[in-house]
Write a protein of this length. Sequence first.
Length: 410
Amino acid sequence: MNYIQAKTKLEAYHQEHLLDWYDEISETEQSQLLEQIDALDMQLLDIFANYQQNGEAPRGKLEPMGALTIQEIAENHDKFEHAGLDAIRHGKVGAVLLAGGMGTRLGFDKPKGMYNIGLSRKLYIFECLINNLMQVVDKAGAFVPLFIMTSEKNDEETREFFAEMKYFGYNPEYIYFFVQDTAPAVNAEGKILLEEKGKIATSPNGNGGWFSSLVKSGLLNVLQREEIEWLNIFSVDNVLQKIADPCFIGATILSGCESGSKVVSKADPEERVGVLCLEDGKPSIVEYFEMTPEMITSRESNGRLSYNYGVILNYLFQTKKLVELLDNQLSVHIVNKKVPYIDANGNFVNPENVNAYKFEKLVLDMVHLQNSCLSYEVERAKEFAPVKNAEGVDSVISAQELLRQNGIKL
Ligand code: UTP
């Protein structure tokens, strides 16, 4: 894109201020800025204007959804596991590690997966995840292709770390890295912010951007060439995460559902976790802050909470369905954040309070695009040890304790 084209694109949305410092920046910065402008999705500005007028889109009719319980799974364990191992051995299953987040709550300045959670020895978060996946590989006697989504900010460091650690024993031929798309930040007037005179302030566009980013990076070819039918999507921060769990895969395939989600019974009604439910008859996730007091306390006749099954960011989606959905717009969530920027006088401002809005797509919204989803209950003490915070709930300490309980030497 040249300067004139960039100006025309920006003028249509009153964003020409992005070129205010064009004459002051180097030629390299100029071409990088033009590239950024070329990539800008201007639709986001319409979404922002609509959000300012109307707020977030209202939810449909929400209803509780049950789950295939731990007990039911145990009763059918061998059948499920056999079907899952069969799919893995036939190369039908891939796994997608979402590692493009900023991990701000943990306050670690490197990619979260590089955090050493060990005490007497080094045990990195990435290592925990690969160890968990290796258990399946050993059982199946086949490697599971692993797609790792990074962000522009942590891509290089993540790749270098994996290489330096010799992929923690995983076969690198089965590992594919790809970089997540970004979205710009805007101020309250809907003006896109510059973080430097020649650079638009951008950040990863939320974990829901994973499939379109994977496609953009050319990896759909690999999915199609290798005939990978199912993708297990999981987060970087749950060190007890079971990846490509044969039993979960088998149960989902045999259920005939289009997708699957691992869930845990809520620890208490107030637990701050998204809950799998039905929205207008289709699977969906309701966030804890969206639930009314009635929904939070409502119970079924057997005493179980009606909205009982919390999601742990471990989903199974079908490649063909994801391709079908590519043209469907995932909802864009607008979040208020603190973003450093260049002001109208060309000065760098590091704000003390939130001053901007970011655009995020969420993987949980992909669930609502499915016609059906197997809700698959797992034991939280065995499969859910998230590292979100430096201290307190879902922290390094709580995850270390859970690892210990599961016999993992720290
Ligand atoms: P979180 O919602 O915990 O966000 O991500 P975060 O950015 O990692 O952490 P905080 O909120 O700043 O502390 C859940 C999962 O989604 C991934 C994360 O890496 C994590 O595995 N994620 C999140 C992405 O891959 N991209 C994103 O843009 C956001």
